[in-house]
Design a protein around this ligand. Structure first.
Ligand SMILES: N[C@@H](CCC(=O)N[C@@H](CS)C(=O)NCC(=O)O)C(=O)O
Length: 244
């Protein structure tokens, strides 16, 4: 079998990986033990590079945007844009070790939307930290795109003080607070009890992102929340996916 190719976003961090959406297919590929290579692309080169390889653009608020992750599968000729579409493709093409247990896809899709909506209130903080781990060219492009999206200059995204505190409160109480309620309903380690699924990958990918972009004291704050359960859950998901 030829290795698949995952297109991910370049950063200054050792090992490069940081971004939550490309992290999701990385978890899936590793969980399924599929061979793959990663091509890291500078943020500002995503559109030209994806056009060059013939990838389809994604949709954002009705307009077309070239986004990562993109997966190329030389075994079938498939070239897939979007983390969700990649996960569905991988499960359909390589059904061993499914990440969507039979009948679960609709519910996991709702879970994906719920998690995304809960992260929205702290997004400006998370994206500020994300911008700081990019190389200069990528950083400039990233900030321009997000300034247009938020309608605010980068300095206004998450200044220390009341606004930053409210974003942290949303992250700790709304996002992880809701997750605590969900996970307390479960009999077992994973969202689906004893069955590992893409829902756990979505959740782990977000904690992975925060761990990578946050400063040490900020990650420590998340890691110690609710008796350390999110740090532990991330480590367990990484282990389940053969990533550590
Ligand atoms: N729904 C898409 C979202 C992908 C996405 O927004 N990717 C970001 C990086 S995490 C991106 O490539 N952005 C390019 C841009 O905004 O120009 C997915 O899950 O793959």
């Amino acid at each position: 079998m030829l290795p698949l190719v995952l297109y991910d976003i370049l950063s200054k961090l050792p090992g490069n990986s940081w971004s939550p959406n490309p992290a999701k297919p990385r978890f899936v590929l590793s969980y399924k033990n599929l061979p793959f290579d990663t091509v890291f692309v500078e943020y500002c080169d995503i559109a030209p590079k994806m056009k060059e390889i013939g990838a389809s653009p994604n949709k954002r608020d009705g307009s077309e945007v070239y986004t990562l992750p993109v997966l190329s599968d030389p075994n079938t000729g498939a070239l897939i844009t979007d983390s969700w579409a990649i996960a569905v493709y991988l499960d359909e093409t390589y059904p061993e070790k499914p990440v969507f247990p039979k009948g679960s896809r609709g519910l996991i899709r709702s879970f994906d939307s719920a998690v995304g909506a809960l992260l929205r209130a702290s997004l400006e903080f998370s994206l500020l930290r994300s911008s700081q781990i990019l190389n200069e060219r990528g950083q400039k492009f990233f900030i321009n795109v997000r300034e247009a999206f938020f309608g605010e200059k980068v300095d206004e995204w998450s200044p220390e003080g009341q606004k930053r505190d409210a974003q942290w409160e949303a992250l700790e109480q709304k996002y992880y607070g809701s997750a605590k309620i969900w996970y307390e309903e479960i009999e077992g380690k994973w969202i689906m009890g004893d069955t590992f699924s893409y829902a756990d990958i979505i959740f782990a990918a977000h904690s992975f992102w925060l761990k990578k972009v946050c400063r040490d004291d900020e990650w420590k704050r998340i890691a110690s929340l609710h008796d350390g359960r999110w740090k532990k859950l991330l480590a367990e998901a990484e282990k389940e996916c053969n990533l550590v």
